[in-house]
Design a protein around this ligand. Structure first.
Ligand code: UTP
Length: 224
């Protein structure tokens, strides 16, 4: 299969601990042995911290996004470092570069591309670009919930949800740098228009990525 994996920055960057990177290396190498694999890495807390400073300095939203993109690329660089020889040594800045680097046969790891969306959108556009069979979104909770499970104990996880229902859930949310919601509009629109099979799983256990390739886990987004 051709698979795109997006890993939330909040998964990889936790308390300055390098160990989760090592766990991801094992899992990504295992997946790469049987699939064509592309990875997109998010910004997490450091991105939000940098964006807050940029916003405080009066930067425009696009410039704040740009700062966030730099942080996602830095996180991608760390994962490339952890993967060593298994990864292409540079972070692609756009989709054409990602495709070009993949012709090396190495694992390609990228961060953001341009302002006004999150790395979830990058993952879905990349999946569209390379005609991926599966998009796996590794996040910090078990799947997609009707409300934030970290704030509400009675939040209910969707085992399945259509892209249109997700659009409705997002309709009154913020679209500012550093605060794109669990999945941004762009990502959902792309999943819908290109019928991309998408699964959201808990990335705190990297093994869930492998599970998502052969069993039902987390939330499946139905592209309609
Ligand atoms: P993330 O993709 O990590 O955003 O990119 P997020 O959804 O806010 O955070 P998590 O990791 O899922 O919790 C960090 C920030 O970088 C900018 C946005 O401002 C985003 O909030 N960004 C990222 C872009 O503008 N374009 C991109 O292609 C990627």
């Amino acid at each position: 299969m051709r698979i795109v994996v997006t890993i939330g920055g909040s998964i990889l960057i936790q308390d300055n601990d390098y160990r989760i990177f090592k766990d991801y290396v094992d899992v990504l190498k295992e997946m790469k042995a049987e699939n064509e694999l592309f990875v997109v890495v998010g910004g997490g807390r450091p991105a939000r911290d940098y964006i807050a400073i940029a916003r405080g300095l009066g930067a425009s939203e696009a410039l704040c996004d740009d700062v966030g993109i730099d942080v996602t690329r830095l996180n991608a660089k760390l994962l490339i470092m952890a993967l060593g020889d298994a990864a292409y040594p540079a972070v692609p800045h756009n989709f054409a570069e990602a495709l070009e680097y993949s012709s090396s046969g190495k694992l390609v790891v990228m961060g953001g591309t341009e302002p006004a969306h999150s790395t979830d959108a990058v993952g879905s556009i990349l999946a569209e670009f390379i005609e991926a069979d599966l998009l796996i979104n590794a996040t910090s909770v078990n799947g997609l919930y009707d409300k934030d499970p970290r704030k509400y104990a009675d939040a209910v996880m969707f085992e399945e949800i259509t892209a249109s229902q997700m659009m409705d859930l997002l309709s009154n949310k913020d679209i500012k740098a550093g605060t794109y919601e669990f999945f941004d509009h762009t990502a959902i629109g792309i999943i819908k228009r290109s019928q991309i099979k998408t699964v959201i799983v808990n990335g705190n256990n990297p093994q869930n990525l492998i599970k998502a390739t052969f069993e039902k886990i987390g939330t499946t987004i139905i592209p309609e």
